[in-house]
Design a protein around this ligand. Structure first.
Ligand SMILES: Nc1ncnc2c1ncn2[C@@H]1O[C@H](COP(=O)(O)OP(=O)(O)O)[C@@H](O)[C@H]1O
Ligand SMILES: [Mg+2]
Length: 366
């Protein structure tokens, strides 16, 4: 766990001119020191996956769901951005607003998936609490609520996170543990929005001081801040994603949300050993040796080719050095770090299962 007192020092104010480190626009900083989630392996009931767009959030969320289900558990994988990315990942038709099994896990486990839609969540909510589903539908039809465009973003987030909370807490007396799902994985919005998305009470504070929205927001917050939630961050060993991760951890801590682990995705293994990397980065590679290697591979070792190869090796070496610096930045966050390799042919269902196994062998899940 990061030492109390040092957390805000790690904050970067990049891109947020005028804000004090640790201050997040729209997020009320907590008076108390931040409480990260405990170190892994994670046995929490809610795993939230965030990260810069394109770093592999959906892929990691899917792999984590399979990893958690392995050994016979039942896991719900949810998405909230209306993009049907889970269905694509698991090669299934688009998900309706209903939980559907998308995968089996080794040992009899099951992964269900749900694409949460704010409008459906509202109708469900109205029905559950006021028996108003039909009224809500009629309202929708006559256009009295042009829902997607006019709803306050904070309320929208309460509806989305409210559905997640419902799934986390849903009872099922027929199952050991008494819950419908042993764990829920949320493929969440990107790092830049995650603290506001999860910190719903602050978001609706100006809109609703009491009443059902506020009550729902408070219930969501209770789950998000509880010891059974962890917010994991996916990153790459590249400057921008690392910066977003550092800022994201900072913002989550400022909002008192439990930071989980960091998953470094698309890791490339160095092509040269440490000695050659050193030589390549300083332009001291043995060109004759390189020429001999080219010849050994059945190619003509023209000076042009050998120099082009040396230049590529130098570029590779510089990248490896940068990655080492970035790895240190990740480690400095004081959270457990997990790594997944770059796969050359892209991610298919087989890769999702391989990644699940890698997360298990790295003890991300218990
Ligand atoms: N380890 C990996 N190796 C190769 N490609 C990957 C890896 N992880 C993710 N991808 C690919 O990168 C793209 C972005 O991944 P995705 O999980 O959709 O990211 P996000 O949800 O953060 O936008 C997808 O095409 C995905 O298949
Ligand atoms: Mg995604």
């Amino acid at each position: 766990m990061a030492a109390a007192g040092s957390w805000s020092d790690a904050c970067s104010s990049a891109g947020k001119a005028g804000t004090r480190p640790g201050t997040v626009v729209g997020v009320t900083p907590q008076e108390t020191p931040p409480q990260d989630a405990p170190q892994g392996p994670w046995s929490c009931r809610l795993h939230v996956i965030t990260g810069k767009g394109g770093t592999g959030k959906t892929t990691v969320a899917g792999a984590l769901a399979v990893a958690l289900a392995t050994g016979g558990r039942r896991v719900l994988l949810t998405e909230v951005e209306g993009r049907q990315q889970i269905a694509q990942l698991f090669d299934t038709p688009p998900l309706p607003y209903a939980e559907r099994k998308v995968a089996s896990a080794p040992g009899g486990g099951e992964v269900f998936a749900l694409a949460i839609d704010a409008e459906e969540a509202l109708l469900e909510y109205l029905e559950m609490f006021y028996n108003l589903r039909r009224a809500g539908k009629a309202l929708g039809r006559i256009g009295a609520i042009d829902f997607a465009t006019t709803i306050a973003p904070g309320v929208r987030d309460v509806l989305l996170t409210g559905k997640v909370k419902e799934a986390v807490n849903r009872p099922d007396a027929t199952r050991a543990g008494g819950r419908a799902y042993d764990a829920v994985v949320l493929d969440a919005p990107p790092t830049g929005r995650i603290a506001r998305f999860l910190n719903v009470t602050a978001e609706v504070a100006g809109l609703a001081k009491m009443g059902p929205i506020r009550a729902q927001a408070d219930n969501v917050m209770a789950v998000m801040h509880s010891g059974s939630t962890a917010v994991h961050l996916v990153t790459l060993l590249e400057e921008m994603p690392i910066q977003e991760t550092v800022d994201g951890v900072c913002e989550l801590r400022a909002a008192g949300l439990p930071v989980g682990g960091v998953i470094v995705n698309m890791v490339r293994t160095p092509l040269l050993d440490a000695g050659d990397l050193q030589l390549a980065s300083t332009g001291q590679l043995d060109l004759e040796g390189l020429a001999a290697g080219v010849k050994g591979a059945g190619l003509r070792p023209s000076a042009e080719l050998v120099h082009a190869l040396a230049a590529q090796a130098a570029q590779h070496a510089r990248r490896v050095v940068l990655e080492t610096v970035q790895r240190r930045e990740v480690e400095a966050l004081g959270r457990p770090v997990y790594e997944l390799p770059l796969v050359a042919d892209g991610v298919d269902l087989g890769v999702v299962y391989q990644f699940a196994e890698l997360l298990r062998t790295q003890r991300m899940v218990g």
